[in-house]
Design a protein around this ligand. Structure first.
Ligand code: AMP
Ligand code: TRP
Length: 335
C-alpha cells in the first residue's frame, strides 16, 4: 500500500497539525510505502516572501524529521523539485470542472483574505493537490478534517480521468482519505468554535509544536471551558471536549477512557493540568531533536534531494502513461 500526504511550508506548525496529520505520517511509515511532500508550490498561491519561504521549508523539514519521519523508511521531499507535479496539474485541469473549483470552501475563504491579488493559482490549488497524490498512484492520504473537500475533488478528478482516458484501466488510483477518529479537528483554545490554525486563530489559543513548556502551560491553563464542572464531551461543551480529545491523543487513551479516568477530578483545573503534562511530554522530545537538525541546512537539503530523486522515479512512470493516454507527445512504440 502506498501512502501520500502533503504539508504546507508556511507558519509554525501547531498542535492541530501535529495531532491531525504529523502523527499519522509517522505511523504511516510502518503501514506502507510512505511519501511526504512539503508543498512549496502550494505556498506561493497567496502573498508570500521568497526568502521566508526557503527558511520555512527548512524549518518544516527539520520539524518533520524531529517528529519521527525517517528518510530510511519514507520518502520526504520538496514538491517544487519534482516537475511532474506541475505537469500533471496542467493535464488534470482538462478533467476538472471550473464551477467546482470556484465553490471550494478554501478558495472562498482564502480569496477574502487576499488584499492585493486573488491569483489563478489559488483557484487551481486543489488540482495541484490532486496531482500530488495521483502522480504516485497512492492509495491512502492521511489528513485532518479540513481536507475532506479537497480529497473528494481529487477522487472525482481521478474517476473522470479514468472514464475519459482510461479505456477500462485504472490509470489513476482513486485514493482514500485517512482522517483520524480522534483529533481530526483540534479547536482553538481561546475560541473552541474555530479550528486551531496559524492564520485564523488566536495566538493564546494556539499551541505550537516548538513552544516552551511554560508557554504550553499558560495557553492550556487559560483555555476557555464553560461554567460547569463535568469532564465529558458534549456539543454544548466544545472547550472541554477539545481538551479531552487532546489529552486522549497525547496520553494514548480513548476519549471514553479519559472521561472515566477523570470522573473523580475536582473541576477543570485538574483536567488542564493533566492536558498540560501530557502535551509537554509529547512535544518535548520533538523540540529537543529539532534544534540540532535545523542547524545543518546542508544535511536537510541532502535529505530533500535524495527524496526528490526517489519520488521522481515513481511520478515519471505515471506521467508517461497519462501523456500517452491523453495523446500528448509522440506515441510510445508498442513492444
Ligand atoms: P497545513 O499546515 O495547512 O498544510 O496542514 C497540514 C495538515 O494538518 C493537514 O492535513 C490538515 O488537515 C491538518 N490540520 C490543520 N489544522 C488542523 C486542526 N486544527 N486539527 C487537526 N488537523 C489539522
Ligand atoms: N492542502 C493541504 C493542506 O493545506 C496540503 C496538501 C498539498 C496536501 N498537497 C497535498 C495534503 C496532497 C494531502 C495530499 O493541508
Amino acid at each position: 500500500m502506498r501512502i501520500f500526504s502533503g504539508i504546507q511550508p508556511t507558519g509554525t506548525k501547531h498542535l492541530g497539525n501535529y495531532i491531525g496529520a504529523i502523527r499519522q505520517y509517522v505511523v504511516g511509515q510502518d503501514r506502507g510505502e510512505a511519501l511526504y511532500c512539503i508543498v512549496d508550490l502550494h505556498a506561493i498561491t497567496v502573498a508570500y516572501d521568497p526568502a521566508e519561504l526557503r527558511k520555512s521549508l527548512y524549518d518544516l523539514t527539520a520539524l518533520l524529521l524531529a517528529a519521527g519521519l525517517d528518510p530510511q523508511r519514507c520518502i520526504l521531499f520538496r514538491q517544487g523539485d519534482v516537475a511532474e507535479h506541475s505537469e500533471l496539474c496542467w493535464l488534470l485541469c482538462s478533467v476538472t470542472e471550473l464551477g467546482r473549483l470556484q465553490r471550494m470552501h478554501q478558495f472562498r475563504d482564502k480569496s477574502v483574505q487576499q488584499r492585493e491579488l486573488v491569483s489563478a493559482g489559488l483557484l487551481v490549488y486543489p488540482v495541484l493537490q490532486a496531482a500530488d497524490v495521483l502522480a504516485y498512484r497512492a492509495h491512502e492520504v492521511p489528513v485532518g478534517e479540513d481536507q475532506r473537500e479537497h480529497l473528494e475533488l481529487m477522487r472525482d478528478v481521478a474517476r473522470r480521468f479514468n472514464a475519459r482516458f482510461g479505456d477500462g484501466d485504472e490509470v489513476l488510483i482513486v485514493p482514500e482519505h485517512r482522517i483520524p477518529e480522534v483529533g481530526a479537528r483540534i479547536m482553538d483554545l481561546q475560541d473552541p468554535t474555530r479550528k486551531m490554525s496559524t492564520t485564523g486563530g488566536s495566538e493564546q489559543g494556539t499551541v505550537y509544536v516548538l513552544d516552551e513548556p511554560a508557554s504550553i502551560a499558560k495557553k492550556i491553563g487559560s483555555a476557555v471551558t464553560d461554567s460547569g464542572r463535568e469532564i465529558v464531551r458534549s456539543p454544548g461543551k466544545q472547550g472541554v471536549s477539545n481538551l479531552i480529545e487532546i489529552l486522549a491523543v497525547a496520553s494514548d487513551r480513548s476519549p471514553e477512557q479519559v472521561e472515566a479516568d477523570m470522573a473523580q477530578a475536582r473541576g477543570y483545573g485538574e483536567l488542564k493540568k493533566a492536558v498540560t503534562e501530557a502535551v509537554v511530554e509529547m512535544l518535548a522530545p520533538v523540540s529537543e531533536r529539532y534544534a540540532e537538525l535545523r542547524a545543518d541546512e546542508q544535511a536537510l537539503e541532502d535529505v530533500l534531494a535524495s527524496g526528490a530523486a526517489r519520488a521522481r522515479e515513481i511520478a515519471f512512470q505515471t506521467l508517461a502513461t497519462v501523456r500517452e493516454r491523453m495523446g500528448v507527445g509522440p506515441a510510445r512504440r508498442a513492444e
